[in-house]
Design a protein around this ligand. Structure first.
Ligand code: 5AD
Ligand code: SF4
Ligand code: FES
Length: 349
């Protein structure tokens, strides 16, 4: 009988696994190290040793949605809300260029204060700095996505969270799974580099659905995939839930690397909340991107998706040095390019 170790070792070269194989590997913890090492080799073969840094700006923690797992949900009254003005956001990016960032991720809750006009102003101003811009502000219409793209937005992140429709419907009340998939399709049509991803360990989430998540990432032709454990937040209805496990999250990530060999995969912050060496371990198990926080002051703490978030008391400059040290300590190096998936776009200008 073929065992999971052999299946993993073959998949390293075929970049293919069936749903049943994915499930079998996810259920079998005796092959974890083999899986991480195989994913690391696939990463090295297709992406090399460079690590792309994306400077993350968390510009508003105001959100009209009510996701059961998230501390920014509108019904959470225990959180002090903030919103940065367009010129403050642009200034954070400008400072980020001084630290050497070539890409910025602009992330917020779904906050209607930021009209299309405001977003266009922010994006076009930051694009003048000769950097790549990623937007992560939730579900918008095709016309809105088009408007951001026309002023230069390069990438868009919107996690599917889970491909299990019933689970999604209970976790994300009043939201439509169908619409979320349409958003991903619209973004692809508009020529964005499209990022998605999932949570691992939501209550009642099955291993089968995690296998489906990985296959879904392949099916939509994702350019980036971020995977992180679900961490229960005391200010949400899921405060007493068990939460996701580090190793299972890492396995979903490593399997994603094996199947989607040349995409960008971040070592997520949530991984490091569960394991103090989480991002380095992720970088050695298939990941090739890190998104250090470049938000300043108390806003870092207030962007409280989940508890135990790292770096909340640190400065952008400290984080930059810290992460560079971690990357070089494992024989890797910080990329000098904008890190497009299409490498022909990575010309230095
Ligand atoms: N634990 C881990 N990740 C979370 N997110 C939201 N709440 C939590 C939580 N409690 C993630 C979601 C969202 C991203 C911005 O943060 O996957 O897409
Ligand atoms: Fe809002 Fe995103 Fe949190 Fe849902 S996960 S409540 S959409 S910030
Ligand atoms: Fe922020 Fe290490 S990356 S302190």
């Amino acid at each position: 009988m073929i065992n999971n170790v052999q299946i993993i070792e073959t998949s390293e070269f075929t970049n293919n696994l069936t749903r049943d194989e994915l499930i079998s590997i996810l259920e079998d913890n005796s092959c974890n190290e083999v899986l991480y090492k195989a994913a690391d080799r696939v990463r090295k073969k297709y992406m090399g040793d460079e690590v792309h840094l994306r400077g993350l700006i968390e510009f508003s923690n105001i959100c009209k949605r009510n996701c059961m797992y998230c501390g920014l949900r509108s019904e959470n009254k225990n959180i002090k809300r903030y919103r940065l003005m367009p010129d403050e956001i642009i200034e954070l990016a400008r400072k980020g260029t001084e630290y050497g960032y070539k890409t910025f991720v602009l992330q917020s809750g779904e906050d209607e204060f930021y009209t299309v006009e405001k977003m266009k102003y922010i994006i076009s101003s930051i694009k003048k700095m000769n950097v790549a811009v990623t937007i992560s502000i939730g579900e918008k219409s095709f016309e809105e996505y088009k408007a951001y793209r026309e002023v230069g937005a390069d990438r868009y992140l919107i996690r599917i969270e889970t491909t299990d429709k019933n689970l999604y419907d209970t976790m994300d009340p009043k939201m439509s799974h169908e619409n979320r998939k349409n958003c991903l399709r619209d973004l692809k049509t508009l020529g964005y580099e499209v990022g998605s991803g999932s949570l691992v360990g939501l209550p009642n989430q099955t291993i089968e659905s995690m296998a489906d998540d990985i296959l879904f990432f392949k099916e939509i032709g994702a350019d980036m995939i971020g995977i992180g454990p679900f961490i229960p937040n005391g200010d949400t209805p899921l405060k007493n839930a068990k939460g996701g496990e580090f190793d299972l999250s890492l396995k979903v990530m490593a399997l994603t690397r094996i199947l989607l060999k040349d995409i960008n995969i971040p070592a997520t912050t949530a991984m490091e909340t569960l394991n103090k060496n989480g991002r380095v371990i992720a970088l050695q198990s298939g990941a090739n991107v890190v998104m250090p926080n470049i938000t300043e002051g108390e806003y870092r703490k207030l962007y409280a998706l989940y508890p135990g978030k790292i770096c909340v008391n640190d400065t952008p400059s400290h984080c930059r040095g810290c992460i560079t040290g971690k990357i070089t300590s494992i024989g890797r190096f910080v990329s000098k390019t904008k890190g497009y998936r299409d490498k022909s776009k990575n010309v230095l200008t």
